[in-house]
Design a protein around this ligand. Structure first.
Ligand code: SAM
Length: 371
């Protein structure tokens, strides 16, 4: 069966690697999405374990579409009655990019009408009362290539369930995991975030270091449909639980704000990684906490928090205290497109991301010395 996983733009290469590591067969990679093949159990594995994915959709149909009539025929011919009870609450969303069919409202209403007509045609049911479990469809068209999708995830995967509280401008959990994986952090070596806020980067690092699947603490939309045998579901969850190990390296988190540290501690406990070392500390007093490792952090963005003077000051500290660390691989997410030039230190790589509608740049620096 085919599935389509969505992610943030720029993270598709990392998501593809994650899918391959889980043994899924890659079918296609496009901006913000990866299509892969696996079994029904593999779909549960994808929901439980893909750290950078946002949602896992089941690909019901795919076809080039140029007219609404073609769309209607494609949908009405799909055997929905095999996968969805007539009582289901049916939700249809649509997205269209660079395609002939672009009116989202028409795409939604024609898709919904065709689904309802299908039950009329094959079951003789004239009216669907929609009082049952939720089935959420997505019609996604890009360059006229349409995917008819069923959302297996429900609440998006970045909501792991551990972030009970957050400070200002938290990173999405799957974006944080993506920044770590882009920094080639695989749990082998120490990790530190000196501006940890609610602790997202450190907690995601700890989940990686202890081999803990990010979705173990939550459920997914498709589990309400009894698609997958309950025993198989439980067995896979138990198998992933049994893989959780003690991390062999340290994960450290610091922030000058005591509230941020108490939130980090609470969230880390909730995530099952209470062993993270977190403490109140100002970047101006920062010193390498061990011989070497990976440092990934997220600067306050001008538009959301902090005045531009505060940010300039912090950038100065970043240059002095962080960029000078020779034995650490560093990754800094910043809202400043000129961060690298202004600090006078050339980044090994710069990637642009949209974080909550704001342009951000991820500056990566390789270590210059072995430890
Ligand atoms: C953008 S937030 C980090 C958000 C975090 N990545 C998350 O997901 O919650 C930046 C953090 O830097 C902290 N900060 C600002 N200046 C600092 C300094 N001089 N020393 C230590 N922390 C500082 C702020 O308190 C804030 O929590």
């Amino acid at each position: 069966m085919k599935y389509l996983a969505t992610t943030s733009f720029g993270m598709e290469g990392i998501l593809k690697n994650e899918c391959m590591l889980q043994g899924f067969t890659i079918e296609q990679v496009e901006a913000g999405m990866v299509v892969f093949s696996t079994s029904l159990k593999g779909m549960l594995l994808a929901n439980l374990s893909l750290r950078t994915a946002e949602r896992i959709f089941w690909v019901l149909e795919e076809k080039k579409l140029y007219s609404f009539d073609e769309l209607y025929d494609l949908v009405v011919d799909y055997p929905f009655e095999d996968i969805m009870p007539a009582s289901a609450k049916i939700i249809v969303n649509a997205k269209s990019y660079r395609s002939k069919l672009y009116s989202l409202r028409d795409l939604q209403s024609i898709t919904k009408k065709a689904i309802v007509d299908r039950y009329r045609k094959v079951r003789g049911i004239r009216y669907l009362d929609e009082t049952g479990k939720e089935y959420s469809y997505m019609l996604r068209i890009e360059k006229d290539h349409a995917y008819l999708l069923l959302d297996t995830t429900g609440v998006p995967l970045h909501k792991r369930g551990y972030r009970q509280q957050h400070t200002q401008a938290p990173l999405r959990e799957n974006v944080a995991a993506g920044l770590l994986l882009l920094s080639r952090y695989f749990g082998k070596g120490d990790f530190v975030d000196p501006l940890c806020g609610s602790g997202t980067l450190a907690i995601e690092a700890a989940l990686i270091a202890s081999d803990r699947a990010p979705g173990l603490k939550r459920s997914f939309q498709f589990e309400a449909w009894n698609l997958l045998d309950r025993k198989e579901n439980r067995q896979l969850r138990e198998e992933l639980e049994s893989r959780v190990k003690d991390a062999a390296f340290k994960v450290m988190a610091m922030d000058k704000d005591p509230r941020a540290i108490s939130i980090t501690k609470r969230n880390a406990k909730e995530a099952g990684v209470p062993w993270i070392e977190s403490k109140v500390a100002d970047l101006k007093d920062f010193q390498a906490p061990s011989k070497g490792g990976t440092l990934v952090t997220n600067m306050p963005y001008g538009e959301r928090i902090g005045s531009s003077e505060e940010i300039k000051e912090l950038e100065g500290l970043m240059k002095e205290k962080v960029l000078t660390l020779e034995t650490w691989r560093k990754g800094i997410l910043s809202g400043n497109p000129n961060f690298s030039r202004e600090t006078g230190l050339r980044a090994s790589k710069v990637r642009k991301f949209y974080n909550g509608q704001i342009d951000t740049w991820f500056y990566q620096y390789e270590p210059t010395k072995r430890w």
